[in-house]
Design a protein. Structure first.
Length: 630
């Protein structure tokens, strides 16, 4: 206690603003709490199982930890306010300058931000653990092991069809037609399990012109001749149409038309230690994995990568070396064990399922998880018989609801059987083993590790904490420079004004209609401008309570006022752009860039700077208001 008193005496004599705000002690206490949250983050995901979730990066908010955070923040802030409000030098006419008054506000901002930003300490702790436990070099090595072995898992039968083949080179350059209606039956095509495949060479036509609706024009010559479109890509301001040219016979390069490991050409996971996006890094998807899907998904960025991978994997198969393949499987299972991915596979049994060295046909499938195994499709008839018996039993018992539910279940089963005419799907069901591997959990694990290592969680979240701290600080500052009565009346006045504005906008939209956004924006702008001017115009002529109400609204709402102005400007820019006569020719690829779109995330920092500058300038008005007699 003697030590604390000495520091307090030193501060009150030399730095009264710092002493008055208790910032030294609040930052010291917050430092301890931040260290605690850093430690919690460091140990929170020590088990690999906890990383097998697609939203690990949001665990802080999805778990009970956020409630602990809120409780601690409230206790810290309430305790701080109780001690700080014991003394108010400004209210007691203690000599102060504009800079010292602004310094108080900055101290409030720093204290509040330090008291609510424990998330960042938690995330830094979590990142430190991940970097230590899963170093980049080892992670790269393990991902290479996973990618090399993943094709042997044979989880999805679609990966092994002929149209997925990317090696040798002709398959990479050609387009594979799979639609029965578009197959040219007079020329060479391939068929297996009821599915047909025909390979075409392509030529492309680049189009930059758009129609009146802003869509890229379809090539006129191809439209006139009825040339079949394979797919199209949009690259910036150009749309490239790929048209079928002629059928190519690839019989010499096709060892079998059945499902084969030779056809696999998708890299399971790709590490990128640059900035990682929350959604784009989810690789366990068939979206835009293969060229023929470009018409739906756009440019295929993985085509070259998949070709290289397919080439390397095909070379492994060509060697037909059991020892090499067993080592790949063993290494994969070791990595899976390290990451605690659930599976019942062992290398010997797995090898027997996949090793068919003649053409490496896929004759067995592995379930995605423990519960994914289904009985062969032929056994569904027995299920229907059982359901029919259940219906009869339920009817005898006169349980009408049970009868209805059971009949519905039987109908679903029958529909499933009737719809099971996809021979490949039937083949998959007949050859699905009871072996399983949690593939999705493996992808979630890798993605979680990569996100935690690389995602910029500070920039993504700091704006929320900064603005909570800013507005809470302006509220404290308002109470500090005025009084509780003024703050209460400020809240009441704000509520009444909001209600009046809402009713006026509602009446306008019901009566006149049209441009409600402009009416509401300009109405708020006019009222806000009047509120800002009142403390200047009626500083000495109106009652002190009256002017304090509008002064408090100005202090707490000036940043929103500036944001409103930026919003109105952007609305006009957008409308001017959309009504331009040559809109589509002037802006072929996107709409005009408005002011808010141009500033983007910098808007937040700009508004914060404007808010701080305004608070510094407005301290002069506050001092003048305090000097007015009661």
């Amino acid at each position: 206690m003697n030590f604390i008193n000495k520091i307090n005496n030193y501060l009150i004599q030399r730095y009264p603003t710092i002493w008055n705000t208790r910032i030294v002690w609040m930052l010291a206490i917050n430092l301890l709490v931040h260290i605690l949250f850093y430690f919690i983050g460091f140990v929170s995901h020590s088990s690999p199982l906890s990383l097998q979730n697609s939203r690990v990066i949001d665990d802080y908010y999805n778990s009970g930890l956020i409630m602990v955070h809120i409780i601690i923040s409230l206790l810290l802030l309430v305790g701080w306010l109780v001690y700080m409000f014991k003394n108010n030098g400004f209210k007691n006419f203690y000599p102060t300058s504009n800079l010292k008054l602004f310094g108080q506000f900055v101290c409030y901002l720093v204290i509040v931000f330090a008291s609510i930003s424990f998330y960042f300490s938690y995330m830094f702790g979590l990142r430190a653990y991940i970097n230590i436990e899963y170093p980049n070099e080892q992670l790269v090595k393990n991902v290479d092991i996973i990618n090399k072995a993943y094709p042997f898992l044979s989880v999805e039968y679609q990966d092994y069809t002929l149209n997925k083949k990317a090696y040798p080179k002709p398959f990479y350059d050609l387009y594979c037609e799979t639609s029965d209606d578009l197959i040219d039956y007079n020329k060479k095509y391939f068929e297996t399990n009821g599915n047909k495949y025909q390979f075409y060479s392509l030529y492309k036509v680049a189009i930059t012109e758009r129609d009146d609706n802003g869509e890229f024009k379809y090539p006129a010559a191809e439209y006139k001749n009825g040339t079949d479109l394979a797919y199209k890509e949009v690259v910036k301001d150009t749309c490239v149409y790929y048209f079928k040219k002629e059928v190519v016979d690839l019989s010499a390069d096709i060892k079998t038309t059945n499902l084969s490991y030779y056809n696999f050409s998708r890299v399971f996971y790709t590490l990128d230690f640059d900035e990682v996006d929350f959604y784009d890094r989810y690789n366990y998807s068939y979206a835009s994995s293969y060229p023929e899907e470009a018409a739906i998904y756009g440019t295929n960025p993985n085509a070259a990568k998949n070709y290289k991978f397919s080439k390397q994997f095909s070379e492994i198969l060509d060697r037909k070396d059991p020892a090499e393949i067993k080592k790949i499987l063993n290494d994969f299972l070791e990595v899976s064990k390290q990451y605690q991915i659930r599976t019942n596979l062992n290398a010997d049994e797995w090898f027997k399922l996949i090793y068919h060295p003649d053409t490496f046909e896929v004759k067995s499938f592995i379930a995605e998880n423990e519960t994914a195994y289904s009985y062969p499709i032929d056994s569904v008839a027995a299920t229907i018989d059982t359901l029919t018996t259940d219906v009869a039993t339920a009817a005898t018992a006169s349980h009408e609801q049970t009868v209805v539910e059971t009949v519905e279940a039987a109908a679903v089963a029958v529909a499933q059987v009737a719809g099971s005419n996809d021979k490949l799907y039937n083949y998959y069901n007949r050859n699905l083993t009871k072996n399983y591997y949690e593939v999705r959990n493996l992808n979630d694990f890798l993605r979680s590790v990569e996100l935690i290592k690389n995602v910029d969680f500070v920039s993504r979240n700091i704006h929320v904490y900064l603005w909570i701290a800013f507005f809470f600080s302006t509220l404290i500052f308002s109470f500090r420079v005025t009084n509780l009565r003024s703050v209460i009346f400020t809240g009441i006045t704000t509520g009444v004004l909001s209600l009046v504005i809402g009713l006026m906008v509602l009446v306008y939209s019901m009566g006149l209609g049209g441009d409600e956004e402009y009416f509401a924006a300009y109405l708020v702008f006019i009222i806000a401008s009047i509120i800002i001017l009142i403390p200047f115009l009626f500083m000495t002529s109106a009652s002190k309570l009256f002017t304090s109400i509008f002064m408090n609204i100005t202090i707490n709402g000036f940043v929103l006022y500036v944001l409103l102005i930026l919003g109105i400007i952007s609305m006009h820019q957008n409308d001017a752009c959309r009504t331009a006569k040559d809109y589509y020719s002037s802006y072929p690829s996107k709409t005009c860039t408005t002011l808010l779109e141009y500033l983007d995330m910098n808007t937040s920092y700009l508004l914060l700077a404007v808010g701080l500058l305004f608070m510094f300038i407005y301290t002069a008005v506050i001092k003048k208001w305090r000097a007015v007699p009661e």
